[in-house]
Design a protein around this ligand. Structure first.
Ligand SMILES: Cc1cc2nc3c(=O)[nH]c(=O)nc-3n(C[C@H](O)[C@H](O)[C@H](O)COP(=O)(O)O)c2cc1C
Length: 375
């Protein structure tokens, strides 16, 4: 059997060697937005993981757009230099063909919160909180700060922050920029009627609610060179009947397609607390399948995908074109090697690891040794 998971995938100007992405994962370990040694070790590991695409975590386009004090940012020259150090080192050890993307984000009304291991709630008065912004002056939930509703000048400044961040990504040599427009952060807040109750031209109808996020996508696409991919992470459903629906997602996806996105990673949830989500294996795959069927855009499925056979089935059946795994990589950065072993795929991997485990010996025979730097 030939594995579809391990077959190449074109995202327009770039081709991934396989259909496995490391999904963006906040590490809450940055220093005023700047990547640290933590990011260096993590992204270097993922560079060697064999994943076709490695996506760096939600990265704030402005300081107030970070979720926590530890979130990665790309709003200063220091941030840019620190990310450059990580990307350069990662590329040195990367399996040839590995592509690197970064998720550009603004946390909107979910900014100014504690790291998960500090409680994850809103920052208290002695924790250096900062003023937050959103489409409407509605707090995320009880106890959360009330954001200031952005006026049109404020929206233009946020859009410019996305553009400047994208320009930094171009300078750094990323292959791809992914717009974070899900999980209840700023762009998603504009989209969802739960967080957007504006009465101007950016609220009300779905078309109005899509205007600002689409204007950001258009502005970012305009500053990316043709060889770079613009992708987006988007919401398949708010999981509540008064929220964003699968049909809304298909319309948004079509509009993003017309702007020139190369792929859409379809996730869900996060717009408000206390919405029950039936998070079972592959529970978001139908959202990706819906977007793909309605628009033909290359889609990534995410959420509770952890087994090689499960990932293979998702792409082989055509429900999605690729899978984006998060916790599976946290658990095992060598997930791809084991998946290849399971699915009988020949992959490239660093020969330094050939003796890691008996199951890898078969891969050692299949793989073409690479000219890796001597330890
Ligand atoms: C530690 C951690 C950090 C995350 N950070 C981000 C993020 O920065 N951006 C994002 O879109 N999703 C983020 N997510 C969500 C994941 O990308 C993924 O969609 C989710 O965990 C479900 O996939 P999984 O079952 O493979 O983990 C994060 C998840 C985890 C576990």
């Amino acid at each position: 059997m030939t594995s579809v998971l391990f077959s190449p995938l074109s995202l327009g100007p770039i081709t991934l060697p396989n259909r496995i992405a490391v999904a963006p994962m906040c590490q809450y370990s940055a220093d005023d937005g700047s990547a640290t040694d933590w990011h260096l070790q993590q992204i270097m590991q993922y560079a060697m993981s064999g994943a076709g695409l490695v996506t760096l975590e939600a990265t704030g386009v402005e300081r107030r757009g970070r979720i926590t004090h530890g979130c990665l940012g790309i709003y200063s020259d220091d941030n840019e230099a620190a990310l450059g150090r990580v990307l350069t080192a990662a590329r040195k050890v990367a399996i040839p063909g590995t592509r690197f993307g970064i998720q550009l984000a603004h946390a909107g009304r979910k900014a100014s919160t504690q790291r998960p291991w500090e409680g994850g709630g809103p920052l208290g008065p002695h924790e250096d909180p900062w003023p937050i912004v959103a489409p409407s002056a509605l707090p995320f939930g009880p106890g959360y700060a009330t954001p200031a509703a952005l006026d049109e000048d404020g929206m233009a400044r946020v859009r410019l922050a996305f553009v400047r961040a994208a320009q930094r990504c171009v300078r750094l040599g990323f292959d791809m920029v992914e717009l974070h427009s899900t999980h209840g952060y700023l762009l998603d807040e504009f989209l969802s009627p739960i967080a957007n109750v504006r009465s101007d031209g950016f609220g009300g109808s779905r078309d109005n609610r899509m205007k600002f996020p689409l204007s950001v996508a258009r502005a970012v696409r305009a500053v990316l060179p043709a060889h770079m991919v613009l992708g987006a992470r988007m919401t398949g459903s708010d999981w509540t009947s008064d929220g964003w629906s699968q049909d809304d997602a298909a319309v948004y996806a079509q509009a993003l397609k017309e702007i020139g996105v190369g792929y859409l990673s379809v996730s869900s949830g996060g717009i408000a607390p206390n919405i029950a989500i039936p998070a079972t294996p592959g529970y978001q795959v139908p959202f990706a399948a819906h977007v793909k069927a309605k628009t033909g855009v290359v889609t990534a499925a995410a959420g509770h995908i952890a087994a090689a056979d499960q990932a293979e089935e998702i792409v082989a059946s055509g429900k999605a074109d690729m899978v984006a795994l998060a916790r599976a990589f946290l658990d095992n950065p060598h997930w791809v090697w084991h998946a290849a072993d399971r699915l009988g795929a020949a992959i490239k991997y660093p020969p330094q690891y050939a003796r890691a485990a008996a199951s890898l010996w078969r891969m050692a025979a299949l793989a073409r040794p690479l000219d890796f730097p001597k330890a």
